[in-house]
Ligand binder design. Structure first.
Ligand code: FES
Length: 653
């Protein structure tokens, strides 16, 4: 007689197993992805499965209702205590009695896919560096004089194939009481370094720990610090928040912060302290909002540009201010969070910082590469992460180039007369009627256009407060389309433009977007100075992209990806009217959202991706904009809207 046939779905893996084999055992032997924290003791309920009954001609089996063993006392106890979802069984308890088809629901898969993005096919499977293990430890006795840690270590080797274990003093002091309290059954949180080496014991709980395990993915920008609090079990983002980088008071952009450090003894330390304090505050507000214990945060992954990288680590960034822009280290960093004075997480939490590409191209660009994978793209893709400093990647499977370009904060609404951060009340979409030259707009927090009936009431809650980065880009582009601006970026007078919205301002003109002064609101105008600030920013962006294209020997790209929290909101059409990006069919301009933040989440959720990006950065060729004369030429030529010399054929259509 042959043993019963077991087929697992959705994997389709199949095999024959003797009657009485636990489903979990069969799954493990076939390499089916079925979770288990308690190692089959019927307490974690991670191993839930759903048997299917009936005729399955496609698989050549018919499954009888008694293909699995009846409920046993362990399952019954679990059912009484917490209840199993109807139709589900515990895979570690149910045993095989006949031919059977067994479905593994997504919640029971360890390596379930979590990050899937619309624009690209990247899917990431859960396999974080820190995981929980439930383990039964042998009690000590007089005949075996080993320590509790050695017995825990042996149990982990036998029950979980964890080869070696290391524990800090701070957790070692918890070990003995916890083992006894748990009656020699404990859950441990172990951190594995992706370069190998012993697992680190981060924490220990009596019995089965059900409080969860969390991590932070942090995009440390020069203007904004954005963080996601993620569940390390299923990859979910529990909550996200952003705060201003407090280093702004030492200098608006990167280079002014480097000069602050150069001019002021101890200035670097002041900036390091400021950012670390902000990170602690941010973590605290995230955990409060999510209602979780900060001690359950075991990992933080950082992505940042090189200057932020050094200031976070407490390294003076002066070398980054002058050629040859040497980094203290471009390698990834893996270190205890306490070394960075991060106190609002588990005291043994680990920090991972992605590798930098070069002195001006940081871990944030590496994170974008991890998330967008230009190195795996068949077509030539230009990825622009728009921020105070833009990271630009150009490449395909054969080669990837990277540079960074100092765009300045204009795209984030700074240095703009009515500029503000993207927050409720900020103008974000703008249209200008080419005939009447009258504008209409939307504000963040309200779906209506400003000329829609009901807009006044709908916008009353926030008011109209200013204009954010995407708003200013659209406003300038629309002004150009409506003939309010000439190609050099000059705002015409009322007579030249045919609208009284062009008002004289000193020796130049300004365009009135919104006049709320009658009701005590602001007067929002686009001034000549605003236009100049946007021209400088967009020229820097374009020149960086163009320089990479020169280096690659191409004058066309196949696809443009706009990344960055702000990149997600830019309208491709307006970006192209402005000449921010090279000419490409509009439907080939995609938005990737906060790709650097996504890259940080990927590295947080999947340990293999850390090795992957460390490998990838070595294959990226860095192009230095600061010392490249052609950058300057491209920059000057890109000042016109859209461009002085290069044609934009796609725009004409
Ligand atoms: Fe933990 Fe089945 S493996 S309950």
């Amino acid at each position: 007689t042959t043993d019963p046939l077991v087929i697992f779905t959705p994997s389709g893996k199949r095999g024959h197993f003797p009657v009485g084999t636990p489903v979990l055992t069969a799954a493990r032997q076939l390499g089916v992805d079925l979770d288990s924290v308690c190692g089959g003791r019927g307490i974690c309920s991670k191993c839930q499965i759903t048997p299917s009954y009936g005729e399955f001609p496609k698989h050549g089996v018919s499954v009888a209702p008694n293909a699995l063993s009846d409920w046993n006392s362990v399952e019954q106890r679990y059912q009484d205590k917490r209840g199993l979802t109807p139709g589900r069984r515990l895979g570690c308890q149910a045993t095989i009695q006949g031919d059977v088809i067994i479905d593994v629901p997504p919640e029971s898969q360890v390596h379930r896919q979590v990050i899937r993005k619309a624009a690209s096919a990247r899917a990431i499977t859960m396999d974080p560096a820190t995981r929980l293990y439930f383990v039964e430890v042998q009690e000590p006795d007089m005949d075996e004089p080993t320590g509790d840690l050695e017995r825990l270590s042996r149990a982990l080797r036998e029950q979980w194939q964890i080869e070696s274990l290391r524990a800090d003093l701070s957790v070692l002091s918890k070990l003995q009481p916890t083992l006894r309290k748990g009656n020699w059954q404990v859950t441990v949180a172990l951190y594995r370094d992706h370069h190998g080496g012993p697992a680190r014991l981060l924490d220990i709980w009596p019995g089965l720990h059900e409080g969860g395990l969390y991590g932070l993915a942090i995009d440390l920008g020069s203007t904004t610090i954005a963080a996601h609090l993620c569940d390390l079990n299923d990859g979910r983002v529990l909550t996200s928040a952003g705060v201003m980088n407090p280093q702004i008071r030492f200098g608006e952009d990167l280079m002014s912060r480097v000069s602050y450090a150069m001019m002021n003894p101890g200035g670097d330390r002041e900036m390091t302290a400021a950012v670390r304090t902000a990170l602690n505050g941010l973590t605290q507000s995230l955990t409060t909002e999510a209602g979780i214990d900060p001690a359950l945060i075991f990992e933080a992954v950082f992505v940042c540009n090189p200057v932020m990288h050094h200031l976070l680590l407490g390294i003076d960034p002066v070398e980054l201010g002058q050629a040859p822009f040497a980094l203290a280290t471009s390698d990834s960093m893996s270190l205890p969070a306490t070394q960075l004075d991060l106190t609002t997480l588990n005291p043994r939490a680990h920090v991972y910082i992605l590798p930098c590409i070069a002195g001006h191209v940081g871990a944030d660009a590496a994170a974008v590469a991890l998330s967008e994978e230009p190195n795996k793209s068949k077509d030539l893709v230009l990825i622009i992460d728009v921020g105070t400093n833009a990271e630009i990647l150009l490449g395909n499977t054969s080669r990837v180039l990277a540079c960074s370009s100092p765009t300045g904060p204009a795209f984030e609404g700074a240095q703009i007369s009515s500029g503000q951060r993207a927050a409720p009340g900020a103008i974000e979409r703008v249209e200008i009627d080419p005939v009447t030259k009258d504008p209409r707009f939307t504000i963040i927090g309200c779906d209506l256009w400003s000329n829609d009936p009901g807009f006044a009431e709908a916008s009353a809650a926030t008011g109209i407060t200013g204009i954010c980065g995407s708003g200013i880009i659209e406003a300038v582009a629309e002004m150009r389309i409506a003939g309010l601006l000439d190609p050099s970026g000059l705002i015409g007078s009322a007579t030249q433009t045919g609208t009284r919205r062009s008002v004289p301002q000193g020796r130049t003109h300004a365009y009135t977007l919104w006049d709320g002064t009658a009701s005590g609101g602001p007067l929002i105008t686009i001034t000549q100075g605003d236009i100049r600030a946007i021209q400088l920013a967009k020229s820097a962006l374009y020149a960086g992209a163009r320089l990479l294209m020169d280096e690659m020997g191409v004058d066309k790209v196949d696809r443009v990806v706009l990344a960055g929290a702000f990149g997600a909101h830019i309208s491709p059409k307006h970006a192209m009217v402005l000449g921010m990006i090279p000419d490409v069919p509009l439907d080939k301009v995609l938005s990737a959202g906060n790709a650097a933040g996504t890259g940080a989440r990927i590295a947080l959720c999947n340990i293999a991706s850390r090795a992957e990006i460390e490998q990838t950065v070595h294959q990226i060729t860095k192009v230095e904009t600061a010392i490249e004369p052609r950058f300057q030429e491209h920059f000057v030529a890109a000042n016109a809207i859209p461009h002085a010399t290069e044609p934009f054929p796609e725009l004409a259509q």
